[in-house]
Design a protein. Structure first.
Length: 319
């Protein structure tokens, strides 16, 4: 009979069989999936696992500290924290094509993982929290539709020359099942209930060219939006909510001065698995409160719009 407890034990056996006495590096993204994968693999192989958290400078505000403290304080899992903002933002300068962003970020993650693997004397395996929907949306099936919607870097965007084998214990699971597995493994509810956050982070929420300044502007707007969502008690009713910083400037008026600044789009959707999604129907009062706060508190944004597109035909992210 199928149960999450049985799944946990079966996967632990699989992981042991796959890696033997080899070393495994696990990339933590800050999200639920990679955290669950890491805890499961740690249970299977203990000290053979080293987790690497790469701060690419494209995190939301406070995201990095939360993951690092969860792993260092609640679990005794060795964690290497790599500061790589300059490496990532430097390489992304001048890049505006969404797939080019993903490819660069995926490749650079692997470069960093390989460098860290060498420092610990080599690792034969790289673990990732790839889920079933990532596999479906990234792979062109033989005989099936040959479109790649988005090359999630933890599936399609990996460089071919990579010399570590992949360990992906969540590959058959949907998000709700990963959360259940996380609970089974004892992860705190506040962590398990987190909204998904994409590996390329804010890079795909800043259409066009990415700069540190634009990341900082977006982080401020996004933090205000999420704070209001939490204060209104809506966080758990929403699959994913985030701000997007558009490469469009519009005219506004502040006091008696003319402004010419960026537009911020707000996105919030409900979903079961991320494959389809509906727009979250906020009240007009809620949206006006958030818009007013963002325009008043975030220099560089003078207009806020709400994205009313379901998936399909839209995708959840803007890139
Ligand atoms: P879309 O935008 O394809 O998003 O409707 C579906 C879900 O996948 C997440 N997403 C990504 N996750 N790397 C990731 O790890 C990516 O490149 C990526 N693109 C989208 C998105 O946040 C949503 O949860």
């Amino acid at each position: 009979e199928w149960s999450m407890e049985a799944y946990r034990h079966a996967k632990i056996a699989d992981i042991r069989a796959q890696v033997g006495s080899g070393k495994v590096i696990c990339g933590l993204s800050g999200g639920v999936d990679s955290a669950v994968a890491a805890v499961l693999i740690h249970e299977a192989i203990g000290e053979q696992l080293t987790c690497v958290f790469v701060d690419h400078g494209l995190m939301r505000s406070a995201e990095a500290e939360q993951v690092v403290s969860l792993f260092r304080n609640s679990y005794n899992i060795p964690l290497i924290h790599v500061e790589a903002e300059e490496l990532f933002l430097g390489g992304l300068a001048g890049v505006s094509d969404p797939e080019a962003k993903r490819k660069f970020i995926g490749k650079t993650f692997i470069d960093v993982f390989e460098a860290e693997a060498n420092k610990i004397g080599g690792a034969a395996f790289l673990a990732q929290g790839t889920l079933y929907p990532d596999v479906i949306e990234s792979v062109s099936f033989v005989g099936g539709p040959s479109v790649t919607i988005k090359s999630h870097h933890n599936v399609g965007g990996l460089p071919e020359r990579m010399n570590m084998a992949l360990v992906e214990p969540l590959r058959e699971l949907f998000k709700d099942e990963v959360r259940e597995l996380g609970r089974e493994l004892g992860l705190p509810e506040a962590f398990v209930g987190r909204h998904p956050f994409p590996g390329p982070g804010l890079a795909i929420r800043i259409p066009g060219e990415i700069t540190k300044e634009r990341c900082d502007i977006l982080r401020k707007a996004d933090a205000i939006y999420l704070e209001e969502i939490r204060n209104a008690g809506l966080y758990d009713a929403i699959w994913q909510a985030f701000a997007v910083l558009l490469p469009v400037r519009t005219v506004g008026v502040m006091g008696d001065a003319r402004t010419y600044d960026s537009v911020c789009a707000l996105r919030a959707v409900t979903s079961v698995d991320g494959m389809t999604a509906d727009v979250y129907p906020f009240s007009a009062e809620f949206l006006s409160r958030v818009a007013t706060r963002i325009v008043n508190e975030v220099a560089g944004i003078n207009r806020v719009v709400y994205d009313y597109t379901s998936k399909p035909p839209g995708t959840i992210e803007w890139e």
